[in-house]
Structure formats: structure tokens, C-alpha cells
Ligand binder design. Structure first.
Ligand code: FPP
Length: 257
């Protein structure tokens, strides 16, 4: 394979329409933990804890439905702006989650990958991530990519920095090269992009990779996003006509022509 070729998993979609069926790759903005907790007169941290449990359940449900890659937004480049106790709470929650769930996920056939800027997190957290990746590296049922200290703009910038650092001439920098040097180079682009919690924006998540993702927004708060909600999102996806910029496979012909 040449330097510029895409790996199979990330191959560009064939031109023209094709039936959607089950998405290979689902990306999720897990929004609504704080509101879920507030509705129960509990601190926000309680919502995040429930969010971790919801994530562990969701990984298995998506895997059971045939999804091969699940990428979730756990901590954005912008989340540092939250109160320091929430930020440190999320950091320690991740450590607790790894020790609580890693063995189960490994046993469930989940391969874990972390995407994002690891330079700003503690050594302890970095080591926990590396351990989780190492222990699950040969699993094949589903790949869970956890975006932590991740931002879509950061991802583009770090890929461009690679190009400059390697002294690449401008004409060799193209979409395929950049895709191979971005955080999700090991996965195809997300087919389905879900955001829970009622907001309808992407919040700097996978800006490059989600260029042709089907978008699905739901009012459901993340801790409540269970099997029925996942199936509703997958059913909505299956109805979509994915065109990747081409024309519909069955264009509507005006009556009388
Ligand atoms: C958004 O809800 C949620 C987050 C910023 C954090 C999501 C993190 C988890 C579910 C934990 C992930 C942990 C691991 C181990 C991957 P919000 O706080 O913005 O909710 P709100 O909009 O209701 O305030």
C-alpha cells in the first residue's frame, strides 16, 4: 500500500447511493448527565457516574446490533472551562471506570482506543489508558474509541503539524493523507452521529470525519439512552438515503413525464 492509500477500514465510500442498513461506525455525544442528575436533586457528578454505566451498556447493545466501531465524546478540549471540581471529578471517574469495568469489557470482546491530546492529562490517567488499550488490543467484537481531551479542530491541526514536521511538500498533502494522520485513522468515517440531551450541534466533535455522517438528535438524556433508544436511532439511520454528494438512486420523476 502506498503512503497515500487509505487503509481498507477508512476507504472512501463508493460513489452513488447505497442502502444504509446497519452503520459500521457510530459516534455519540453523550450529553445530558448534569440535567439527569439535577432532575433527581443530585450533584452533577452522580449524572456522570450513571453516564459511565450507560456507556458500558450501550457498547454491548451496539455490538449486538452489528456496529463495529463506537466513538464517544467523554471530555472535550473545551471541557477544561468547567468548574475545577467537575473537571477533576471526571478525571477520577475515568480512573474508577477503568478499574471497575476494564475486565468486563475485555471479556466482552471490546477493543478500547483513546483519542485526543494525552499531553495535558496526568501520568496516572495516561498509564490507565495505555493499560486499557494494551489489554484489549486483540479484541474484535467492537472497537470503543473514547475521545478524551479531544476536539475536531485540534485533530485537524495535529495532522497538519505532522505533515510539516515530516517536511511533506504541499502537493502530497491531500484528504487521504490527512485522514491517515488523524485520531481515528484506524476506523472508517462514522456513518451515524448521535447526540443525546436535546442540543442540536456538533460541539467540535469529529468535524472532519463526520462530513457525511447521518445526524440523529434526541431529547433523551444520556443516562437514559438504553436499548430502545439505540434501536430507534438505528431504525432512523436505516431509513436514510446516503448519497455522499451524488444523486438519489431512485430520483423522483415528476408526474406526467
Ligand atoms: C455531557 O453532559 C457529558 C460530559 C461532558 C461527560 C460525559 C462523560 C461520561 C459519560 C463519562 C465517560 C467516562 C468514561 C470512562 C469514558 P453534561 O454534563 O454537559 O450534561 P448537561 O448538558 O445536562 O449539563
Amino acid at each position: 500500500m502506498s503512503d497515500l492509500a487509505l487503509p481498507d477500514a477508512a476507504a472512501a465510500p463508493a460513489a452513488g447511493s447505497r442502502p444504509a442498513a446497519v452503520p459500521r461506525h457510530v459516534a455519540v455525544v453523550m450529553d445530558g448527565n448534569g440535567r439527569w442528575a439535577r432532575q433527581r436533586y443530585m450533584p452533577r457528578f452522580f449524572g456522570h457516574k450513571q453516564g459511565v454505566d450507560a456507556l458500558v451498556r450501550a457498547v454491548n447493545t451496539f455490538a449486538d446490533r452489528g456496529v463495529e466501531f463506537l466513538t464517544v465524546f467523554a471530555f472535550s478540549s473545551e471541557n477544561w472551562k468547567r468548574p475545577s471540581e467537575e473537571v477533576s471529578g471526571l478525571m477520577s471517574l475515568v480512573l474508577v471506570a477503568v478499574s471497575k469495568y476494564l475486565a468486563k469489557m475485555a471479556g466482552d470482546g471490546v477493543r478500547i482506543r483513546i483519542i485526543g491530546d494525552r499531553s495535558a492529562v496526568s501520568d496516572k490517567l495516561r498509564q490507565a489508558w495505555e493499560h486499557a488499550e494494551q489489554v484489549t488490543r486483540d479484541n474484535h467484537r467492537i472497537t470503543l474509541a473514547v475521545a478524551f481531551n479531544y476536539g475536531g479542530r485540534w485533530d485537524v491541526v495535529q495532522a497538519c503539524r505532522h505533515a510539516v514536521a515530516q517536511g511533506l511538500p504541499p502537493e502530497q498533502i491531500d484528504e487521504a493523507w490527512l485522514s491517515q494522520h488523524m485520531a481515528l485513522s484506524f476506523a472508517p468515517d462514522p456513518d451515524l452521529f448521535i447526540r443525546t440531551g436535546g442540543e442540536m450541534r456538533m460541539s467540535n466533535f469529529l468535524l472532519w470525519q463526520a462530513a457525511y455522517s447521518e445526524l440523529f438528535f434526541t431529547e433523551c438524556l444520556w443516562p437514559d439512552f438504553g436499548q430502545a433508544e439505540i434501536d430507534a436511532a438505528l431504525a432512523a439511520y436505516a431509513q436514510r438515503d446516503r448519497r455522499f454528494g451524488s444523486l438519489p438512486a431512485h430520483p423522483v420523476v415528476p408526474a406526467g413525464t
